[in-house]
Write a protein that binds this ligand. Structure first.
Ligand code: FPP
Length: 251
């Protein structure tokens, strides 16, 4: 069933913040779907399905707040250890989500991208995302990144292999290697590093998410389970971010 979203028109209302205090890039570890379902004696899949509803709400709020980039940890390289039925269920969600909401996302100038090793994803997942990427490639509103089959250590090794191959082939000398050049080999190349990381579900760890990119990011943890995470909670995270002093190692 379609949840209320934007009804194929521009999102109404705008959350007013001075522009420079809105985090440009927000990354989210959406944790707690399984526990949400367990508390209701429902199968874990019910938690993931409810988690999609939260994605809809948070994307809508991010559009209203004029956030530039939202990166959602949707399926990690470690999630392949889960039961096959759960893996298949989660990896069907992007296609289901896009089949319902892509027109709304397009109407709201959202661009879809993927971060992660897409080659190992099932064809239906990859094709749904790639189709959405193609159809939204010229949009310049919110960049919505789905981290799928994403693991930071895998990303860094993959980047190093590509980079050393380029160095060996004489594309640039080793002496020119700096942080910026290395970043250009990551899945997130060209995207500003996250300003704010949100993790729901009570755990306080990074779980192999954006280890390079989060070096100077502000972290915001909450015990709220992802399916219960609301627009109000998201705005509270933004409000707390506003009061952080970012010094990047300086004074
Ligand atoms: C972690 O919670 C969550 C996941 C591994 C899946 C996240 C996926 C979604 C929220 C839906 C994605 C939405 C779209 C639109 C593709 P968990 O299952 O580990 O929860 P637990 O720690 O309570 O067991």
């Amino acid at each position: 069933m379609k949840l209320p979203f934007f009804n194929n028109k521009q999102a109404e209302g705008f959350v007013h913040y001075p522009n420079d205090t809105i985090p440009e890039h927000i990354a989210i570890i959406m944790d707690g779907n399984g526990r949400w379902a367990k508390k209701r004696a429902m199968p874990r899949m019910a938690g993931h399905k409810e988690g999609v509803s939260t994605v809809v709400k948070i994307v809508k709020t991010a559009v209203k707040c004029k956030v530039k980039v939202l990166t959602l940890y949707t399926f990690s390289t470690e999630n392949w250890k889960r039961p096959k039925t759960e893996i298949e269920f989660i990896l069907r969600l992007p296609k289901e989500f896009l089949s319902i909401y892509l027109p709304d996302l397009i109407a709201n100038n959202v661009r879809i991208e993927i971060v992660g090793d897409r080659e190992k994803l099932p064809a239906h997942t990859r094709e749904a995302i790639e189709d959405a990427m193609e159809r939204t490639r010229y949009n310049d509103g919110l960049l919505l990144n789905f981290a799928l089959n994403y693991g930071s250590r895998h990303e860094i090794l993959h980047a190093m292999k590509e980079m050393f191959s380029d160095i060996n082939n004489g594309k640039f000398p080793l002496e020119e290697l700096d942080e910026q050049k290395f970043s250009d080999y990551l899945y997130t190349a060209g995207t500003k590093e996250p300003d704010l990381l949100i993790r729901t579900g009570g755990e306080k760890r990074l779980s192999n998410f954006l280890l390079w990119q989060l070096a100077y990011t502000e972290f915001w943890f909450t015990d709220i389970l992802w399916p219960d995470f609301s627009e109000k909670d998201f705005l509270q995270a933004l409000e707390e971010y506003r009061n952080r002093k970012r010094r990047y190692g300086g004074l």
